[in-house]
Ligand binder design. Sequence first.
Ligand code: ZN
Length: 210
Amino acid sequence: MLACDFGNLKSEIDMVNNSKADWFHIDVMDGVFVPNISFGTPIMNVFKENAKKTLDVHLMISSPDDYLEKFSQLGADILTVHFEACPHLHRTVQKIKDLNLKAGVAINPHTPVSFLKSIIGDLDLVCIMSVNPGFGGQSFIKNTFNKVRELRNLINDHNSSAIIEVDGGVNSNNAKKLIECGANALVAGSFVFKSKNPSNTISELSSIIN
Ligand code: ZN
């Protein structure tokens, strides 16, 4: 939703409600962990009140532990924290689960998939960043395909049920290959919201991957 028109947030949310999208992916940025600020709790409230699908909240913030309960109250169904922002990742993941939410971990482009080996069995979702987080509209990093394959193997080897989500620069050119490499969830922002007919674009992406 980072790429949507915030001046018309309710109608953008309605468009997604009525589209073939499965989830709302909400990027929260603090200007510290990433070089940009997106929005805070008042906007989250608008999603809570209007969105009729799963709220997948991606916390691109330092010290996410301080905000887990707040985002739970704000209607998050999935809370994803960054590997690079959590010195006590296992504890953070347990806190998310104690809130009865799905727990996700995101890894930046420079972070190896193998760093998740000891935690993969505890995760509901892994988000592979296919751009450097902080801004919408960036181009897709091709090494992501290898990381998705590697993560699929890691998940299978550990009998984990974690979903593989790819976030950044997803479009109709890379979507099919990402699914073939083992991804389950694709986050599309600018490709959808900057297109002429976002709802049709979502349908097109959906038909490519299903
Ligand atoms: Zn995201």
